[in-house]
Design a protein around this ligand. Structure first.
Ligand SMILES: [Mg+2]
Length: 172
């Protein structure tokens, strides 16, 4: 029942202890794009995000895996100078398989960072990689996300009743 339960839950990408991840053997960070790295209506990389990713690239392989279209995703990945996989159809893990073989990585050395249970945590569960959940940058989502948010709320409520997860109760 706890397949979507995050291993780590932080407020945002700036609030993650990346040193700890490195010590745990994480070599690759897969970032979701919308509402994790950027607002859905933002078309350019925030300066602070650029700084963080630039720093992280010294210690990790950084990749963007997004369900958004190519044009949008490539704009961000080229600005950040990272590899990216648009139209990824998360929670399917076809992109994870590609990343693992391209970079010769094992599941235990990969983490997914995202703002959605169904797509991002589902991807992490299926791929048996570390699942890091962050609060969405804004409440505004793509229309296609609304149904996932509805399901997510139901799952969150169930986890809450079982004392597994509560929105805003961060842990690592
Ligand atoms: Mg997202």
């Amino acid at each position: 029942m706890s397949k979507y339960l995050p291993d780590i839950y932080r407020k945002n990408i700036f609030d993650i202890d990346y040193n700890k991840l490195k010590k745990k053997g994480i070599k690759c960070l897969i970032f979701d794009l919308d509402n994790t790295l950027a607002l859905i209506d933002s078309v350019k990389v925030d300066v602070k995000v650029k700084e963080l990713i630039t720093k992280l690239k010294k210690d990790f392989l950084v990749v963007i895996v997004s369900n958004s279209p190519k044009k949008r995703v490539l704009k961000f990945s080229s600005d950040l100078e990272v590899d990216s996989y648009p139209f990824a159809l998360k929670p399917t893990i076809r992109t994870l398989k590609k990343i693992k073989s391209k970079y010769n990585l094992e599941s235990k050395s990969i983490a997914i960072i995202g703002d959605q249970f169904i797509t991002d945590m589902g991807y992490g569960y299926k791929g048996k990689i570390t699942k890091i959940f962050v609060d969405p940058l804004a409440t505004k989502d793509l229309k296609i996300t609304n149904v996932n948010r509805y399901l997510e709320e139901k799952i969150m409520n169930k986890y809450d009743k079982n004392n597994l997860f509560k929105k805003g109760n961060y842990y690592e």
